[in-house]
Design a protein around this ligand. Structure first.
Ligand code: AMP
Length: 191
C-alpha cells in the first residue's frame, strides 16, 4: 500500500505511551497524535468541545467516539505530507479503530503496527500517582479516578488486541524496565 509508518502505541494509562512517543517521533520523523493531549488543549482553551469533555475526563471516563474521531480526522488532513503518525491513546474503542482504518484507507494508507506496552496494574497505579505529583493532571491525583481509567481500558480498549491480532499487526512489548531499555524494544519491533 503506502510506505508511510503509522504506529498505534497501545497500553493502559501509565504504560509509558507519551514518554516513548517522544523518542519515536524524533527517531522515525513521525507526527505525534495524542487524543489526550488534544483534549487537554481544548479544555485549556475553554472551547465548547473542551467543556463537553472536561467532566468525563475528570471522572476517568472515555469521551464520545465522534469527538475523538473528528479530532483525529482534522489532524490527519492538517498533516498530509507527514512521513507517518504515532497514535497515542487512540483508538480506545472498536468504533474508533474501525474509523481509523477507514480514514487511513481513504488516504491510501494503513496502520503498520500496533505495539502494546504491557505493565502490571499495581505498577500503573504507582506510576500515575507519582506523575500526579508533578503533571498537574487532575485525573492523576485521585486513586479512584486512576482505577476507573484502568477499568475503562480493560472493558473497552483492551479488546482491541483481538482487532489488531486479526489483522496480523499486534505486538506485545514488555513495558517494565528503564525508559531506554523499553525504547530499544520498541525500535526493534518497528524494525
Ligand atoms: P490520556 O492522556 O490518553 O491518558 O487520556 C486522558 C483522558 O482523555 C482519558 O481518560 C479520556 O477521558 C480522554 N480520552 C483520551 N483519548 C481518548 C479516546 N481516544 N477516546 C475517548 N476518550 C479519550
Amino acid at each position: 500500500m503506502s510506505n508511510k509508518l503509522n504506529i498505534v502505541l497501545f497500553g493502559p494509562p501509565g504504560a509509558g505511551k507519551g514518554t516513548q512517543s517522544e523518542f519515536l517521533i524524533k527517531h522515525f520523523g513521525l507526527v505525534h497524535l495524542s487524543t489526550g493531549d488534544l483534549l487537554r488543549a481544548e479544555i485549556q482553551a475553554n472551547s465548547p468541545l473542551g467543556q463537553q469533555a472536561q467532566s468525563l475526563m475528570s471522572e476517568g471516563l472515555l469521551v464520545p467516539d465522534e469527538i475523538v474521531i473528528g479530532m483525529i480526522s482534522n489532524k490527519l488532513d492538517a498533516n498530509n505530507s507527514a512521513k507517518g503518525f504515532i497514535f497515542d491513546g487512540f483508538p480506545r474503542t472498536k468504533a474508533q479503530a474501525e474509523a481509523l482504518d477507514r480514514l487511513l484507507d481513504g488516504r491510501g494508507e494503513e496502520i503498520t503496527a500496533m505495539l502494546a506496552l504491557e505493565v502490571p496494574t499495581a505498577e500503573l497505579v504507582k506510576r500515575l500517582l507519582g506523575r500526579g505529583a508533578t503533571s498537574g493532571r487532575p485525573d492523576d491525583k485521585d486513586e479512584t479516578v486512576i482505577r476507573k481509567r484502568i477499568g475503562e481500558y480493560e472493558a473497552k480498549t483492551a479488546p482491541l488486541k483481538d482487532y489488531y491480532t486479526a489483522q496480523g499487526k499486534y505486538t506485545g512489548i514488555d513495558g517494565v524496565g528503564g525508559i531506554d531499555e523499553i525504547t530499544a524494544r520498541l525500535v526493534k519491533a518497528i524494525g
